[in-house]
Design a protein around this ligand. Sequence first.
Ligand code: PRT
Ligand code: ZN
Length: 285
Amino acid sequence: MEKLKIAIQKAGRLFDKSIELLKDCGIRLPNGTGKLLAVAEDFPLDILFLRDDDIPEYVADGVADAGIVGENVVAEKGYNLEIIEHLGFARCRLSLAMPKNIDYFGTQYFNGKKIATSYPNILRKYLEDNNIKAEVHEIHGSVEIAPGIGLADGILDIVSSGSTLISNGLKEVEVVFNSEAVLVANKELKQSKISLLEKLAFRIRAVQKSRNNKYILLNAPDEKVPEIIKIIPGMKSPTVMPLAEKGWSSVHSVLNENRFWDVIDKLKASGAQGILVIPIEKMIL
Ligand code: PRT
Ligand code: ZN
């Protein structure tokens, strides 16, 4: 039987979330780590555990059919891969940073300067696009200490909270690239593999949707129901059921996480009571 081979990071920031996502997609892995390859139990899938930097190349070469990796790594390696889904975790940005006590007057500050980074390709492209002539100094690991030891005038590095920059006396001055984990695939898969990949992507979308949405139940006086329905329109239309107490109804709907508190405030103002919000496990539209 045809199988899909997917590469994920063997240890690091992407590992737990990658495993959790596969699990939420109904794919179980045998226990025990440290192996290069695992065979999934209830989906025709083999999982290869690799260093994240190697994933784009393995997928491009066809050693793996697909992979889960940061968009930053995909962009830096430059292979021609298909981005199938954005996965919403390992969000970060690649930013230019410089010593905090030096004035920054715009991108031309970096003209004639030396910039340290582990992302030379992304940096060179940015410099070219912005007409900056700077020296690119490629280093691996601890990029943030380069200005402090006189190795560079600035850096291009991954930022998430920004605390690493602050504790090294640096300030973030330009966001060059926004990144999150993505599912990538080889562009020349055979049809049988594409079908499996689509099946996996369908499950991933259902998991993602469910994470962004909540099931909401509330009680309201009948005369308030039309107003409340406008606030929580639901997937197709909300469910409205009479309560045992005359003149009252229960309204059920689905609520997007991004609008959560705003919607709750509006519902309360409209006379909703006994509001319950429940996580959704899967959402198939
Ligand atoms: O061993 P392997 O090569 O597989 O792993 P790795 O050490 O190269 O990568 P890893 O596990 O550190 O990160 C994997 C991916 O996670 C990256 O390629 C990014 O896509 C994503 N990611 C998300 C991050 C961060 N957030 C992050 N904060 N990767 C690194 N960092 C580091 C960053 O290098 C910096 O030193 O955290 C520091 C900044 O964090 P803040 O919060 O202080 O700003
Ligand atoms: Zn790496």
